[in-house]
Design a protein around this ligand. Structure first.
Ligand SMILES: CC(=O)Nc1ccn([C@H]2C[C@H](O)[C@@H](CO)O2)c(=O)n1
Length: 106
């Protein structure tokens, strides 16, 4: 059994939303789904690997692309009409995803 991951990356342009507490979920593919509820994770930028903040993982729930809705968009702090194309761009071949819910560590 592998250890729980202690680091997650976000696109740099999204990190102010994470660090301000406005963005409270991220939707990832299976390869990035192995976060464990109750664990604390360091947030880094994907591009420069710069430390941003810490988050606590609340839950990891499987979801189909077609079931991503306005509620998820609000939690992502991205309009749904932008979120779904963004996810398609990042993960062009996936239908199954994981909603990772987290809280910002003050
Ligand atoms: C490796 C890596 O950092 N990948 C990702 C993947 C997704 N995101 C963001 C973009 C959207 O807000 C949601 C939906 O996937 O998560 C990201 O920042 N970095």
């Amino acid at each position: 059994m592998s250890a729980a991951p202690t680091k997650i990356t976000f696109f740099e342009w999204l990190t102010p939303l994470v660090a301000s507490g406005k963005k409270t979920i991220t939707i990832r593919d299976e390869s990035e789904s192995h976060y464990v509820p109750g664990t604390r994770v360091d947030v880094h930028t994907l591009e420069k690997d710069e430390y941003v903040c810490q988050i606590d993982i609340v839950s990891v729930e499987k979801i189909s692309f077609e079931d991503i809705n306005e509620e998820h968009a609000a939690q992502e702090f991205i309009p749904l009409e932008e979120l779904k194309p963004l996810i398609r761009e990042i993960y062009p071949n996936d239908e199954d995803f994981y909603v990772i819910t987290y809280t910002l560590v003050a």
